[in-house]
Design a protein around this ligand. Structure first.
Ligand SMILES: *Cc1c(COP(=O)(O)O)cnc(C)c1O
Length: 357
């Protein structure tokens, strides 16, 4: 039996996607081989790759002004590729610092560019600084945000108006809600949260921002090179790309990002309501900025954490332990986590709380 998996990443995948992959695993559409065994240059694979891109474009309304790239190296590689491609040596770049993934993005950018912190919630990372308090630099090549901080559980519920192109690390809330693509210069997301298995990063980049990397940039780090080669400059993560395509098709069938956003809102509000209704559980995050994807919460007594997790495991509610840097619990409620999973978690939390009384 499949468990309820609240892992922050690599995270739950939809049952329907895994079933489909299983059915096609040994023999893809009568071809007598697995997708894993195909040439990435074959007609069959190119069809898979193109369909994935077309479905993703349809889901988010990405038009021809943008390239869609399927790259390797995870979101962490994008921490480096963004400043290398968009900010020549010494140029100024703005970062809005709202959590530990932002810290890592900033550390990489500092190796390449002059990082200006336009806003920060580093006094605990439990909120998103209000747009009116931001101090962008006039010459910034771009402004970088982390739309959802996976560890702290803070999420942008609006997207700021910036003069410089807006760049967003959307690894942990990509495809969880509709977004206005036109507001962004570049969006990147590691796959293993909401898109598919690990090994892939999706990059959506405005075409005019490509081709700006310095001449001595290694070609494999240049967006323009990947765009020119249809993300096949080197052998892509073929199977992960295929699975991502199955996830995109699944999402379209469900009604797209608007439909899943409604489900995501319901799931998160059930869990937050349970936390807020209790004196035993609490959430450290400012209400307005609470993430719908990653819900950190603490128990009244941290000494009970081990018992809570053991009881959860018994009910097959898996991967609820909070990140080692913040402690407590964290439930990740990505697209593939069902409403029943959240109901089962809330039920268990109420039972556990009563047992302590
Ligand atoms: C998981 C995550 C990353 C890192 O992804 P990798 O694939 O490990 O490089 C970066 N940013 C955010 C917001 C994440 O959730």
């Amino acid at each position: 039996m499949r468990a309820y998996n609240f892992s922050p990443g690599p995270a739950a995948l939809p049952d329907a996607v895994l079933e489909r992959a299983k059915a096609e695993f040994m023999d893809y559409q009568g071809m007598g081989l697995s997708v894993m065994e195909m040439s990435h240059r074959s007609k069959a694979y190119l069809d898979i790759a193109e369909r994935a891109e077309a479905d993703l474009r349809a889901l988010l309304g990405v038009d021809d002004d943008y390239h869609v790239l399927f790259l390797q190296g995870g979101a962490s590689m994008q921490f480096a590729m963004v400043p290398i491609n968009l900010a020549r040596q010494g140029a100024t770049v703005d970062y809005v610092h709202t959590g530990s993934w932002g810290s890592k993005a900033i550390a990489e950018a500092e190796r390449v560019a002059q990082v200006h912190i336009a806003a920060s919630s580093a006094d605990g990372f439990t909120h998103i600084p209000h747009e009116s308090t931001w101090r962008p630099s006039p010459s910034a090549r771009y402004c970088h945000i982390t739309s959802n901080e996976t560890i702290g559980g803070v999420q942008f519920q609006y997207f700021p108006q910036t003069d410089a192109p807006l760049v967003a690390d959307m690894s942990s809330d990509f495809l969880s809600r509709p977004i206005d693509i036109g507001r962004f210069g570049l969006i990147y997301a590691g796959a293993q949260k909401n898109v598919g298995p690990a090994g892939l990063a999706v990059v959506i980049v405005r075409k005019d921002l490509c081709g700006r990397a310095p001449n001595d940039t290694p070609r494999i780090l240049d967006y323009a090179v990947h765009a020119e080669h249809g993300s096949m400059f080197n052998t892509p993560a073929t199977y992960t790309w295929y699975l991502a395509g199955l996830v995109f098709a699944w999402l379209r069938q469900l009604g797209g990002v608007t439909a899943i956003a409604a489900v995501n809102r319901r799931k998160a509000s059930k869990l937050y309501a349970a936390i807020d209704a209790s004196n035993f559980y609490s959430s450290p995050v400012a209400h307005a900025d609470r993430s719908l994807m990653n819900v950190p919460f603490t128990l009244a007594d941290p000494a009970l954490d081990t018992a809570f997790l053991a009881g959860a495991d018994e009910r097959r509610l898996l991967n609820l332990k909070g990140h080692r840097s913040v402690g407590g619990m964290r439930a990740s409620l990505y697209n593939a986590v069902s409403e029943q999973a959240v109901d089962a978690l809330v039920d268990y939390m109420q039972v556990f709380e009563k047992e302590q009384a």
